[in-house]
Design a protein around this ligand. Structure first.
Ligand code: SER
Length: 340
């Protein structure tokens, strides 16, 4: 008998860690964790099967389909924005074709077991593109349908995959005489930059916030690659996990759209430095902006309007900037490096 499972791709990444920790504590679900590397032993649990493989590998996809009955997918595997600019073709392949593979897997599974598969997709503020700083200042908190003209390959990939998911959920094979729903119940969150106390992101452009605080906790100097005034929204990892779980559990009839902004706090790089200095007064943080990476951050909104998420499924973050640093990041990171 196949057991119903939750499939998590990109399981070793920042969000994957948090989700697996959450589901690992419960007995209600079995988890299949897919990643290019074996799942981090620190988060292994008895209800977890780790599969090492690539979302672009058909054999891996077939193995998963033949062994497991999947009801929920958290498709987290992606190439982040900085890395994607160095290899745009590969980024497109991973971020778009990889997502299509997972959507097709969800469709096949739904057809096989007869119930819709919930498909959770982390999109990003990278889906926006503001042309200059004056426009960014004027735009303020952007809502989902404004400024969807990203300047990065990663942003284009995320924006397109949101549309792909909406198509599968709402318009799949709309002209077919024997038309039936795809069974893919796609839900996307546009996350701000995420900061975790236990993992470092790799290859992103919002990474400076995490790098600043992790360097400070280890007593290492850090030269920030954006200017002090650069401002985008950020979110502490516990709120990101909470948002994903809330959206996953929301009744489909409440969802008026398939992609939602979620916000938490908007801070400049200089303000992040101040927050880090309060927690680690000896931190050595300087600014050495990289023009091209700074331009990407400048093209992202200063903040997001997440009123649709509050209205439809009750979104409200637990952490503002002060609380995120004082109650989550500083103490958890200090503990984390003590145990290393
Ligand atoms: N954190 C991502 C990046 O920097 C944006 O979603 O690429």
């Amino acid at each position: 008998m196949r057991k119903p499972v939750i499939l998590i791709t990109g399981a070793n990444g920042e969000i994957g860690h948090g989700l697996i920790e959450h589901f690992g504590k419960q007995d209600r679900h079995d988890i299949v964790a897919l990643d290019l590397r074996p799942v981090d032993p620190r988060i292994a649990s008895t209800n977890l099967t780790s599969i090492q493989g690539d979302i672009l590998d058909d054999n891996v996809m077939q193995r998963i389909v033949s062994e497991f009955e999947i009801h929920v997918i958290y498709h987290l595997a992606a190439m982040l924005s900085t890395r994607s600019e160095y290899a745009p073709d590969i980024a497109h392949n991973v971020n778009v074709n990889g997502t299509l593979n997972l959507i097709k897997l969800a469709h096949e599974q739904a057809r096989w077991h007869g119930t819709p598969v919930r498909f959770l997709f982390p999109s990003s503020i990278a889906a926006y593109g503001l042309p200059d700083l004056a426009t960014k200042a004027d735009a303020g908190r952007v809502s989902e349908n404004e400024w969807n003209i990203p300047s990065t390959m990663y942003g284009c990939n995320k924006l397109y995959c949101e549309q792909l998911g909406r198509y599968y959920s709402m318009h799949f094979r709309q002209l077919a005489a024997d038309r039936t729903p795809s069974g893919v119940d796609f839900r996307a969150l546009r996350f701000p930059g995420l900061i975790s106390a236990v993992t470092l992101p790799a290859g992103g452009t919002s990474d400076y916030a995490s790098e600043m605080v992790h360097a400070a906790a280890q007593g290492q100097p850090y030269a920030c690659f954006v200017s002090e005034s650069s401002r985008i929204p950020f979110m502490a990892m516990p709120d990101a996990i909470k948002a994903l779980l809330m959206l996953a559990e929301a009744d489909e009839s409440l969802l008026k759209q398939r992609t939602y902004n979620v916000g938490s706090f908007s801070v400049s790089a200089g303000e992040i430095r101040q927050l880090v200095m309060r927690a680690f007064p000896k931190a050595d943080i300087t600014f050495a902006p990289d023009r091209a990476r700074n331009a990407i951050v400048d093209s992202w909104p200063a903040d997001v309007d997440d009123s649709a998420a509050s209205r439809d499924w009750g979104w409200k973050p637990d952490y503002d900037a002060r609380r995120a640093f004082e109650e989550y990041l500083a103490p958890t990171i200090a503990d984390f490096y003590k145990g290393q």
